[in-house]
Design a protein around this ligand. Structure first.
Ligand SMILES: Cc1ncc(COP(=O)(O)O)c(C=O)c1O
Length: 448
């Protein structure tokens, strides 16, 4: 049978659109390569083994709270249900206990991971072809993809200065239609840089947003993973004027497979004629109803039962996860120091960051690092890393790579860094790795 050629939208040809597939492909093609590329939670903590118990717990609690027949509750988990979800109240209690906020269930939407929350917010609030959203540079590739698909211009804030300073100076030079409407921000342990905003920077951002009418879209994906220093309040917890929409995820602190996140938007929307005023979260259910209809009630029940079991606080649950990732970070920092910091040939030219939390650190190399190098590293040296250029178009990041330490052992960290060190030495000595034509083709297609 003849296969038709289908033209897809030009946006799918943008280089960052292929980044995730490219890294997955490289991991599959070189399975023996030690991976510092994937931003995934530790495998050992991602078991879904207890799901049946959690779902049962949720069912029992629903029977108790509503007096409904158990059979009816089980049926509701297999049925279509409310667009914004069935565990909003339980997530509100979590946010109250662990984050000191007081959301109402009507201000919350349960989503298929945070990625869906990002997409829904962009589709429902920002006008395609008109509105501009600011973000840090570099930024999580998921916001770049979601904005591109929604037709929203994403403007990375390049250059020196703190994030509030860069927001301020950008707004000072933007008039009328060019005025940005929103800022996407990861205040705690960002992806990819692993950076955190100070309390003063949070206050400054809130003050700018209030003064300038800027919507702050806060991504809290890694917030629970703090290894050093004082826990700072989230932007939403500090928000007295309703300028922050908070997006949360159960991917890192529970597990990513179930795909559960939330959108917390307590703002009110201008009522359409004949309609009552509602919360932004409620209004956005119109978008969700056409994107995914709902988040699986069965999966929500598992998360709900889990929250009930934990008593609406994840402090104890998180402890071993945070400890595991802190140990990994420390093991990676130690091995970087031993193998690179103490190497006379590399000490001056290779630097790295020390994040206070999250899953990632940044390694700065003395040469540019792109897709060809990803493949060369994986194929010839057995180590997989992620170029920072996948998250930024700025030349300032063309020589940096992101190292993820969330899902590696100390032994893997040692071996992986020793392989990386060999690669760096070879590159500096001008010994270029061999290339197969197939790798060359992949790299050319995917080169951001
Ligand atoms: C900063 C950031 N935000 C959001 C997400 C998406 O999370 P989810 O799995 O809930 O869609 C990720 C995933 O890696 C992330 O790194």
């Amino acid at each position: 049978m003849m296969k038709q050629i289908v033209q897809v939208r030009a946006v799918l040809r943008q280089p960052f659109m292929g980044v995730m597939n490219f890294l997955n492909e490289a991991a599959l093609r070189y399975p023996d390569a030690i991976s510092f590329a994937a931003g995934r939670p530790p495998d050992r903590f991602a078991s879904a083994e207890c799901s049946a118990r959690w779902v049962s717990r949720f069912v029992q609690e629903s029977v108790r709270a509503t007096n409904a027949a158990e059979e009816a509750i089980w049926q509701s988990l297999g049925q279509y249900g409310p667009t914004n979800g069935i565990i909003g109240e339980l997530v509100c209690r979590l946010l109250e206990r662990d984050e000191g906020m007081k959301p109402a269930p009507t201000e919350l939407m349960i989503t298929n991971g945070m990625q869906e929350a990002l997409a829904i917010l962009l589709l429902g609030v920002l006008r395609p072809g008109h509105d501009i959203m600011l973000c840090d540079d570099p930024s999580y590739v998921g916001i770049a993809g979601a904005a591109a698909l929604a037709g929203v211009t994403l403007r990375p804030l390049q250059g020196p200065g703190s994030l509030p300073q860069r927001v301020e100076s950008t707004l000072a030079h933007a008039e009328g239609e060019l005025r940005p409407r929103a800022l996407y921000v990861v205040p705690d342990f960002s992806n990819p840089l692993g950076q955190t905003l100070t309390r003063a920077e949070r206050e400054q951002l809130l003050a700018i947003a209030q003064r300038e009418g800027l919507l702050l879209v806060e991504d809290t994906a890694y917030r629970a993973f703090r290894y050093d220093g004082e826990v700072l309040p989230s932007l939403k917890a500090m928000d007295t004027e309703g300028v922050v929409v908070q997006l949360g995820s159960f991917s890192k602190l529970f597990m990513p497979g179930p795909r559960v996140g939330y959108l917390y938007a307590d703002q009110l929307t201008a009522p359409a004629e004949g309609e009552a005023q509602t919360t932004l979260a409620h209004e956005l259910s119109k978008v969700k109803s056409f994107v995914s209809v709902q988040t699986s009630p069965y999966v929500q029940a598992a998360v709900g039962g889990f929250l009930l079991e934990q008593g609406f606080t994840l402090t104890e649950w998180n402890r071993p996860r945070v400890e595991f990732c802190r140990n990994n970070r420390d093991a990676l920092l130690r091995t970087l120091q031993e193998q690179i910091g103490d190497d006379d040939g590399l000490r001056q030219s290779v630097r790295w960051s020390r994040p206070d939390g999250g899953f990632f650190l940044t390694l700065h190399l003395p040469f540019g690092f792109g897709s060809h190098d990803v493949l060369a590293c994986a194929r010839d040296y057995g180590v997989l890393v992620c170029p920072m250029s996948y998250f930024s178009e700025s030349a300032a990041f063309s020589s940096s790579i992101r190292l993820s330490f969330s899902n590696i052992s100390a032994e893997q960290a040692r071996t992986g860094v020793s392989r990386l060190r060999r690669f760096i030495h070879d590159r500096l000595a001008g010994r270029s790795p061999r290339r197969s034509s197939a790798d060359h083709a992949v790299a050319m297609v995917q080169q951001p």
